[in-house]
Every structure is written in structure tokens, then in C-alpha cells.
Design a binder for this molecule. Sequence first.
Ligand code: SF4
Ligand code: SF4
Length: 100
Amino acid sequence: MITDECINCDVCEPECPNDAIYMGVEIYEIDPHKCTECVGHFDEPQCVQVCPVACIPTHPQHVETRETLWQKFERLTAAKQAAQGGGAAGSVPPAAASAS
Ligand code: SF4
Ligand code: SF4
């Protein structure tokens, strides 16, 4: 979660691999359904690393195990792939040129 000490410096938002950070009414906020604490992408939470005022503690109501976070990562990845159209439909290999 992001506390009200946030100074809206815009640094964390582009660092999130899950697009979980967004501008709220007054300060940036984190969508807990999208945040995996960077599990699946990085060893450390990227937003916490870059925040200059250290205002991103773990949300006390969203304490999750690494396993739960990993499952969320897999769900998000599957959803992203589905949104992108899934398989390789349309990628028809070019016909081999035939020498005559
Ligand atoms: S911990 Fe990682 S996934 Fe969660 S909001 Fe921060 S950058 Fe995004
Ligand atoms: S990096 Fe920290 S201070 Fe900057 S916008 Fe994000 S939460 Fe706010």
C-alpha cells in the first residue's frame, strides 16, 4: 500500500511489472489484486526500491504468502496472454520458394 506520505513523484508507476500502480484521487495507489510484490518478475518489490520517501509498506490487510503471490502472478500472466489473443493464429509460415 502507499501511505499519505507519497509525494506523487511518479517514479514507482512505470516500474511496476503488473501495472498495479495508478494515480488515485490524491496520491498514487496500488491495486492489491494486481500486485504480486513483484514475485515472478523481480527479487524485490520494485516500487519499494525506487520510492524516495519510503512510503510503500506491505498492506496489513493484504499479507500474502509467496505461494499465493506466485499463483496470482500465474493468473495475471494467463489473463494477459488471453488478452493478447493467445496462440499464434495468423502466423502462417511463408511457402517455400520453389525453384523452377
Ligand atoms: S510490489 Fe511490484 S507488483 Fe506490487 S505494486 Fe510494487 S512494483 Fe507493482
Ligand atoms: S515513488 Fe513513492 S512518493 Fe513517488 S509516487 Fe510512488 S509512492 Fe509516491
